[in-house]
Design a protein around this ligand. Structure first.
Ligand SMILES: Nc1ncnc2c1ncn2[C@@H]1O[C@H](COP(=O)(O)OP(=O)(O)OP(=O)(O)O)[C@@H](O)[C@H]1O
Length: 585
């Protein structure tokens, strides 16, 4: 239960509702327990009439009175039961909501490295399945426990006062029922976890085959994918059948144990009646109702125990993850000024998951308003430099300063707000084009969106779609071409009017003519801003104030376009190659 203490703060938050819920639960049970006592009274009245102690008129009025009491108690009990669920189950939903938000907020805080170490499926599970299991503890488990305890205590007191020996015989099978249900619930849980795993395997496989349907069709491998699906579905079915086998024991076992208790009540009660140890047959009827009333709550003891164990395990996973400190922390609360003076001094950086040293003693500086172009072979460390400017990772050694202030001493939110980043793989959300662009500036007007799209040379493409800027992208929406995606992604970065613009090879999928046009407008936009352009093309780099060429994490050449084309090396080689390609085009 130690792990579940994390939820105490939520119980405190909803303490008024929770206390009311518990009170209502107790009162509801008290009302429900009136029925068996009145049933006994009915027997006593009938017996009195049969013995000639009361007249027909008296029995009629007494029976009517008792029946009205039973109906009244049942109605009040039912109304209170409704409110009991309203309070306690609703609280469990509030707490589930709070906990989901807490987990999600932690996800947002964690650094990129965390996401590399954890699989998306596991992260999703924590927010859906684990939180769901914890909710079962907060709601049903607590509700049924109060229910059982109240019902048990009150009815045992009533029963014991009525017939102590009969009470003992009646309750003997109940603990057996509890233990049996506990064992069964555990087995059901184990098997349903396996079923869940197979279901998620099946849905991941299906989702992947749908996303990759064009590859599957192009390679003509539909029969193989169908076969793999069939195998997975077959295994999933077998697990479901094995779960159903255990579940099928649940009700027969309940019926068997209720039956045994009823038999014991009738046999022992009957013997006691014959021996004159109990006065009325009504006691036997009352006890039979108690047995049936107690069976379900007692069965839930086993069920609740297994729910609490599962919730404890889930909360343990949640707690472990909530304790993780983000690797990249905001060390400064006050606002810091971010302009575009960026200096890298002897920067070394290693990706700790792959142990690849991506940057080895990199030094360069960019003045405010300047443009730096980074070229180099694939894997030479270009994108890593951009990630370090946005402080997505902290460096091993050396220093990065922005505005003469070390990057770690900048307010992280400020820093990232001041950066417009266009990644290598443009990622667009399944939303309208307009909202995808507005992602860069939430309160942007339609005119600003259009202006940004025009500057990114994508406006003309967008207005050709039937729904223009309201065209929905992604799943069940239209798919943009690679070059269109890159340009929407550029529009998203420039609408923000950031101080620093980072372009990561984001013109690779557009033709050289469009590239030229985009670069022209970007030149105007970036005139007052610091920009870093990573590219494989000389055409993207040639207008930059400074160009660096990377190889295996080191700077091997630096200068301007003019100086570099006159110097032997990668840049000149690339320039001549691309020049000849363009002329042959
Ligand atoms: N997220 C990461 N985790 C671990 N290693 C990485 C990661 N990103 C890059 N690397 C490694 O770091 C090195 C530099 O990668 P980087 O992406 O900076 O190169 P790049 O010059 O941008 O390449 P490209 O031109 O192909 O985009 C590569 O060897 C790469 O395998």
């Amino acid at each position: 239960m130690k792990e579940l203490q994390h939820l105490n703060k939520y119980f405190l938050k909803y303490k008024t509702k929770l206390t009311l819920g518990i009170l209502i639960t107790i009162i509801a049970r008290i009302f429900l327990l009136y029925t068996p006592r009145y049933v006994r009274k009915i027997f006593i009245v009938v017996e009195n009439y049969l013995d000639g102690n009361i007249t027909k008129e008296v029995i009629k009025s007494e029976l009517l009175e008792i029946i009205l009491y039973i109906i009244g108690a049942a109605i009040i009990g039912a109304i209170l039961t409704f409110f009991m669920r309203q309070y306690i189950i609703n609280i469990s939903r509030y707490i589930e909501y709070d906990l989901k938000n807490e987990v999600y907020a932690q996800y947002q805080k964690l650094s990129l490295n965390f996401y590399k170490k954890n699989r998306t499926g596991d992260l999703m599970n924590r927010i859906s399945e684990d939180v769901g299991r914890v909710r079962m503890y907060v709601g049903p488990a607590i509700m049924y426990s109060i229910n059982t305890v109240t019902l048990f205590i009150i009815s045992i007191i009533y029963m014991y006062n009525e017939a102590p020996l009969l009470t003992m015989y009646t309750v003997i099978p109940l603990p057996i029922l509890s233990v049996a249900i506990y064992k069964l619930s555990k087995e059901i849980h184990n098997r349903s976890t396996i079923v869940q795993q197979y279901l998620s395997k099946l849905s991941t496989y299906t989702q992947e085959s749908f996303s990759g349907i064009s590859v599957i069709k192009a390679y003509g491998i539909e029969p193989q994918t169908s076969k793999s699906f069939e195998n997975l579905a077959e295994e999933s079915k077998n697990k479901q059948v094995s779960l159903a086998k255990v579940q099928a024991w649940f009700f027969p076992m309940m019926v068997l144990l209720i039956g045994t208790s009823n038999l014991l009540v009738i046999y022992v009660g009957g013997m006691q009646y014959i021996n004159g140890q109990i006065e009325s047959l009504g006691t036997i009827a009352e006890f039979i109702i108690y047995v049936n009333m107690l069976t379900w709550p007692v069965a839930t003891v086993g069920w609740v125990t297994s729910i609490v164990q599962q919730a404890e395990a889930s909360q343990k996973r949640i707690n472990e993850f909530l304790k993780i400190e983000p690797e990249i922390k905001n060390n400064v609360q006050e606002q810091t000024e971010v302009s575009g003076d960026i200096v890298f001094k002897d920067v070394t950086f290693t990706y700790d998951d792959t142990n690849i040293q991506a940057l080895k003693g990199i030094s360069f500086d960019i003045k405010n308003g300047e443009t730096l172009a980074i070229l180099g072979k694939t894997g030479s460390g270009k994108s890593t430099i951009l990630d370090l400017i946005g402080r997505l990772y902290d460096i091993d050694s050396g220093s990065i300063t922005i505005n003469k202030l070390s990057i770690e001493k900048h307010n992280l939110t400020n820093l990232r707000d001041s950066i417009g980043y266009v990644p290598q793989d443009a990622f667009l959300f399944s939303d309208t084009i307009k909202n995808n662009i507005k992602f860069g500036k939430e309160n942007a007007t339609d005119d600003e969106v259009i202006e940004a799209a025009k500057n990114a040379q994508v406006h003309k493409n967008i207005i050709k779609f039937n729904n223009g800027y309201d065209t929905v992208l992604g799943e069940r929406g239209i798919t943009l071409s690679g070059g269109q995606k890159q340009r929407v992604s550029i529009a998203r970065a420039i609408i923000k009017t950031p101080k620093i613009l980072l372009f990561d090879d984001c013109l690779s999928a557009v033709d050289t003519e469009t590239e030229e046009k985009i670069l022209k407008t970007l030149n105007k936009i970036t005139a007052q801003k610091t920009s870093v352009i990573v590219s494989h093309r000389v055409s993207s780099a040639k207008n930059a104030d400074k160009i660096i060429v990377l190889e295996d994490g080191k700077i091997v050449q630096q200068g301007t376009h003019e100086s570099l084309i006159n110097e032997e090396g990668y840049y000149k080689h690339l320039y001549l190659k691309q020049l000849s390609e363009n002329t042959s085009d």
